[in-house]
Design a protein around this ligand. Structure first.
Ligand SMILES: Cc1cc2nc3c(=O)[nH]c(=O)nc-3n(C[C@H](O)[C@H](O)[C@H](O)COP(=O)(O)OP(=O)(O)OC[C@H]3O[C@@H](n4cnc5c(N)ncnc54)[C@H](O)[C@@H]3O)c2cc1C
Length: 379
């Protein structure tokens, strides 16, 4: 692993920095819907500038950036303080999954509107009784004589469903087959009355995610991705991309917050307190480990062509470190960090979900133990 940047990578970073400095999304408006619309406009701007699907191949409308350039993109985006594009699930999960498993027609139909934020995507995997044990999904898709499917069941924690046109839906097509084998991966049109979206309110007061109630929802045969009964494998591609994709941006976000806290502690004279200095040192160390581990994951992706289980390690480390940092912020910033409506209180409350979303820490530890370290499987 070579940690120095080649001249063309440094040039890519400079060009991107210049573009981000000149083309920000402007001030964030108040209110969830307005904020979402703002992030959607931001993605349109990124798309027009050729920066929406940086890591997507040129043939699919992307920039064809290398993995290192893509990592630089997420680092620089986080450093600029600009938000992630609105269709982050389409860009990082849906598009790359279609590139691996989709038919030519599906790639032709779906990829461009993902990039331009014309069609937003959500991920309908989790159910009330199927989260970590995701293969236990009960939502049923029944094939009709014309080859289409009728889908009935419930999904939960579906982020961004209220803004989405397409849902990456995993449903059971064969209840007689072994758990992992009877699943199929679909693209479900959210704009039908048989799909009801009910927002759930989070601890932060936002409704980032929703319940989905499906009552005979219709999915045409051409919206099956990767073949009937092959949903488990297709879904794994989505999950691996979920855990690997954001690592670079997230570690820079941590770095920005650690530097901010260090600055506040210095101004308050708290750096003289060994407990504060010790905690800042620990956070600094974790952030550096995270950065280097993210690069190690990148090397593995370059070798195997797809993100591997190492992404689980960075997601686990980041989520725990972010919780540690946001809790520690209350000691440094003071009561403001515990007052609703402030930046630090938002970060503290939002961080609670980090060790659950995208795979809980316990599940990620199992993946790291079994698939990275080669330890025996849990019974
Ligand atoms: C902010 C946020 C956004 C989300 N967005 C989406 C989304 O867009 N789409 C979507 O499909 N889902 C989404 N989720 C759901 C998320 O993927 C699930 O919450 C997660 O997979 C855990 O499932 P669960 O909540 O059913 O908990 P459970 O699986 O019931 O787990 C409960 C507890 O048991 C532990 N546990 C379970 N199994 C094991 C095991 N084998 N070994 C050790 N411990 C175990 C878990 O670690 C956890 O602590 C989101 C969640 C959050 C918090």
């Amino acid at each position: 692993m070579d940690l120095t940047f080649a001249p063309n990578e440094a040039q890519f970073r400079d060009e991107l920095r210049g573009w981000l400095a000149a083309n920000g999304p402007g001030p964030e408006p108040e209110g969830e819907d307005a904020q979402y619309a703002w992030r959607r406009d931001w993605q349109r701007k990124l798309h027009e500038g050729g920066w929406a699907g940086v890591h997507w191949p040129v043939e699919y409308g992307g920039r064809g950036a290398t993995l290192v350039e893509s990592a630089i993109f997420y680092e620089e985006l986080a450093r600029s303080g600009h938000p992630l594009p609105a269709n982050v699930l389409g860009l990082l999960l849906g598009g790359p999954t279609l590139m691996v498993w989709g038919t030519d027609e599906q790639k032709e139909r779906y990829l461009t509107p993902i990039l331009s934020a014309e069609e937003i995507w959500c991920q309908g995997f989790s159910e009330p009784d199927a989260g970590s044990d995701f293969a236990a999904v009960k939502t049923r898709a029944v094939e009709q004589p014309d080859g289409s499917f009728r889908v009935t069941g419930q999904k939960v924690w579906t982020s961004g469903a209220q803004y989405s046109k397409w849902c990456m839906l995993v449903a059971r097509t064969d209840s007689g087959a072994a758990k992992h084998k009877g699943l199929t991966y679909f693209l479900m049109d959210m704009g039908q009355p048989q799909v009801q979206v009910r927002p759930l309110v989070q601890i932060t007061g936002e409704s980032e995610f929703n319940e989905l109630f499906l009552e005979d929802a219709v999915i045409p045969a051409e919206n099956v991705v990767g073949g009937v009964g092959n949903g488990w494998k297709v879904a794994l591609t989505t999950l691996m991309n979920e855990r690997a994709g954001l690592a670079f941006g997230l570690q820079v976000r941590l770095r920005v917050m650690i530097d901010e806290l260090t600055q506040i502690a210095a101004e308050n004279g708290q750096l003289e307190d060994p407990r504060v200095a010790d905690q800042l040192g620990e956070l600094h160390l974790r952030c550096e480990i995270l950065r280097l581990t993210a690069y190690r994951g990148l090397t593995a992706t370059m070798k195997y062509g797809q993100p591997g289980p190492e992404g689980s390690l960075t997601k686990w480390m980041w989520s725990e470190t972010n919780q540690m940092l946001t809790q520690f912020a209350a000691d440094v910033v003071g009561p403001e960090a515990l007052t609703m409506g402030t930046k630090w209180s938002y970060e503290l409350l939002r961080a609670r979900g980090n060790t659950i979303e995208g795979g809980t820490t316990e599940i990620l530890k199992n993946i790291v133990a079994e698939r990275v370290l080669g330890l025996p499987k849990a019974k």
